[in-house]
Structures are given as C-alpha cells and as structure tokens.
Design a protein around this ligand. Structure first.
Ligand SMILES: [Ca+2]
Ligand SMILES: [Ca+2]
Length: 402
C-alpha cells in the first residue's frame, strides 16, 4: 500500500533534483577527517584547498568545511586555533548509552485511525505541560517549519498527512540522496527513531510543518559533516526550528559553526542532553549554556522527577516529559519509548508554538526558560541542584496563560 506513494515521491524528487544543487555535490565519499575554517566569501575554494589540502565539502558565507585536510592551520583564526577533527560515526542517538539502552525497550503496535485525535497514553504528560491551552490560545505552530535532523522519517505514516514540508526541502545526508525515508527493520537498531521524534513534534505543534532530514543510519549513527550539512541545509530551506535528538561526545568545530550559521539566520535549536545519567551533556547541548537561540533538553517523569537515564548539568536549559512517551514508528505503528530524544521534540515544538505567536526568535528561548515550572522540590531532584535548568516546560505559561 505504501509503494505507489513512495514511487510517486521518488519521481517528483528526481525531477526536482536536476535543478537543485546539493551542498555535498563535491563529496563523493565519507571523509575520515575534516577541518572547519571561519572564512568570508572573499576567499575562494581553491585557495582554501591549497592552504589545507583536501576538498571543500561544505561552504557558506561564514565558514568552510574541508574534507580530508592534509595540513593543520599555521595561524590562529579568529582568536581560536581550529584543528582537524574526526568525522565518521561520531554522532549518535546514544553517544554513551551502554548502561541504559532506553531505545530498545519499547514495543510497537498497530496504528488506529482514532489516534489521529490524540494518542491516549500521552494524556497525563500533555496535561503536565499545559498543552491543552495551546489549542485555543496559539496557532498551533502554523507558519513554522521544524527540521527534524535524525534517522529519517516514514513519510507515508498517516500521522504526517499534510504535516511535512514540500519534498524539495527534504534530504538524506546519510546516503546522499533526496529521499529521507527511514530504512531498516522494526525492533532493530534505531530504526524508527526519527519517525518517533517527528510524531512527538506533530502532537505538540500540529499546524507546524516538519522538514525531514536524514543524517543517521538505521543503527542511529552518523557523521559530523552530515549533521553540519543538515543544519545549513535546514537553515537555507526555511526551517525556523531545528530538533537534534542526537549528540556527540566531544566539542566539534563543524557543529559549532553550523549552529552559529543557523542562529545568524534566527533559527532556534533544541538538542538532547543525553541518556547517560551523568554530570555533563552531550554536544552540542553541552555548549548551549546561556545561549540566546539554543536550548539543552533533559527528561523528567510524569511526576517531574529527573529521569534516571537523563544526563544533567550546568548547561541544561529545561526538562520535558521523556518517559513512556507515545508516538509513531514506521509501517503504521505506534509505540511507547523513553529518552531525552523524546523530551527534545516537546521543546522544539513548543518553540514553534511561541514563534507562531510572532514572538521574536531572539526572545523565544528566554520565554521558554522563564515560564518553566520549578521542580527542585520534587522528590529525587534535590540531588541535582542547579543542574536541571530552569525546571519543567510549561506551555500554558509560555503562551501567556496562568
Ligand atoms: Ca553523507
Ligand atoms: Ca535515502
């Protein structure tokens, strides 16, 4: 039943591909290493390639990423010494999840058309964050575009009918094609992760459009260059919010400059804290402390206790429900899963609700933080003082309610 639709989309996408150059047109393979250099348009690609060796893999008006560079920079650029970083397989839905494989604990069952009115197991979690208020007191994200940079999406799942951007804005950086359809086997690896995350976005901001961008393979693993390319792609194609339910263990120049590029175009970003129950978040969330445009998201239970898996720390922005969250999986499935990956799209979609009320992008993060409910007195949270951000998101208060 899905096949005719996918074939039709493929034909459409191939047609559009002929006129739309991809940012990775020059990238023929996955580079082992990259270097990211702040630069203006005054410097040509040829000059940069000559200077660092390697090949330009991504170029904007503010920075360049060079694949397989052979030379480290000789001088300090912009007050910071940029250096060669590893690229392959460094991004993951679970950078350090050996102790807690929350993803594989779920069980999928069949989609039922009544679910389009609301998924029954989320009633408590959505009441917890005051979501009902948004239905009457916001435009439900109309006019906003949320890029979900993840393992792709099942574009034919009924929950996404009329909720995706035009296919010309889709891309699959994992396979370098224009079809970000999830691929894999249900119950194996991370297959369905991006679909699940997108299904949460659309429950919170049903009038927002989702831009599916694939950077992770079916094991939930991807490259730094692909995530940086995806952030730039999303920005250039009209995203107003980016959801990153993924992370990497170390700071990355490529991600830092791609995020700065997005922020310079007033794109706001929510990123997952990580599922390692440790003090210190995954990157890029770890570098979002006091950021005007970006927010790190951790997970709480339905009663506002820090989830045992959720990482915590001084860079945390806000907490959102991430336990027993109900959403969708490919092949008309529904499931209940845990993780900061599930909390993050709650916040990304809330940012879209706020932006949809014509709040300025540079004010949105502050509004979300200042409207949060204090959860420091909730049992168990006293162990994490000042490490759960501003508290648990409250969409009702965010949108002006009491
Ligand atoms: Ca790629
Ligand atoms: Ca593909």
């Amino acid at each position: 039943m899905q096949k005719p639709l996918i074939t039709a989309l493929t034909t459409l996408l191939l047609a559009s591909c002929a006129t739309t150059p991809t940012p990775q047109a020059t990238q023929t393979a996955r580079p082992d290493s990259i270097i990211t250099i702040p630069t203006t348009t005054a410097t040509s690609n040829a000059t940069l390639e000559q200077q660092y060796g390697g090949t330009i893999a991504l170029r904007t008006h503010t920075f360049a990423i060079i694949a397989n560079p052979t030379r480290q920079p000789l001088t300090v650029q912009g007050g910071k010494q940029h250096s060669i970083e590893k690229n392959k397989d460094l991004v993951s839905i679970e950078p350090d999840a050996k102790s807690e494989n929350v993803w594989s604990s779920g069980r999928a069952y069949a989609w039922n058309d009544s679910f389009s009115q609301g998924l029954p197991d989320n009633v408590q979690s959505w009441a917890q964050i005051g979501l009902q208020y948004a239905e009457q007191n916001s435009y439900n994200g109309a006019g906003q575009v949320i890029a979900v940079i993840d393992s792709g999406i099942d574009t034919s799942h009924p929950i996404f009918a009329n909720r995706l951007t035009s296919p010309v804005s889709w891309f699959d950086f994992s396979e370098n094609d224009t079809v970000p359809q999830e691929e894999g086997t249900l119950g194996q690896g991370a297959y369905g992760h991006g679909t699940f995350v997108s299904g949460i976005v659309t429950q919170i901001a049903p009038q927002a459009k989702i831009m599916p961008i694939r950077v992770l393979n079916s094991d939930g693993i991807g490259d730094i260059l692909d995530v940086a390319s995806a952030i730039v792609w999303a920005t250039d194609n009209g995203a107003t919010v980016i959801n990153l339910s993924l992370g990497t263990a170390n700071n990355s120049d490529a991600l830092t400059l791609a995020i700065a590029y997005a922020n310079s175009r007033k794109v706001v970003i929510a990123a997952a804290a990580g599922n390692s129950n440790k003090d210190g978040l995954d990157f890029p969330a770890q570098q979002f402390k006091d950021s005007k445009f970006n927010i790190a998201v951790g997970s709480v239970s339905k009663t506002d206790s820090k989830s045992k898996f959720s990482s915590y720390g001084e860079s945390m922005g806000i907490m959102a429900p991430g336990e027993n969250v109900q959403s969708v999986l490919p092949g008309n499935h529904v499931a209940i899963l845990n993780g900061t990956s599930m909390s993050t799209p709650v916040v990304a979609a809330a940012l879209a609700l706020s932006l949809g009320r014509e709040e300025k992008a540079e004010e949105t993060i502050k509004l979300v933080l200042n409207s949060a409910d204090n959860i420091s007195n909730i049992e168990g949270n006293e162990l994490f003082e000042d490490k759960l951000g501003y508290g648990r998101i409250n969409i009702q208060k965010l949108l002006g309610g009491n």
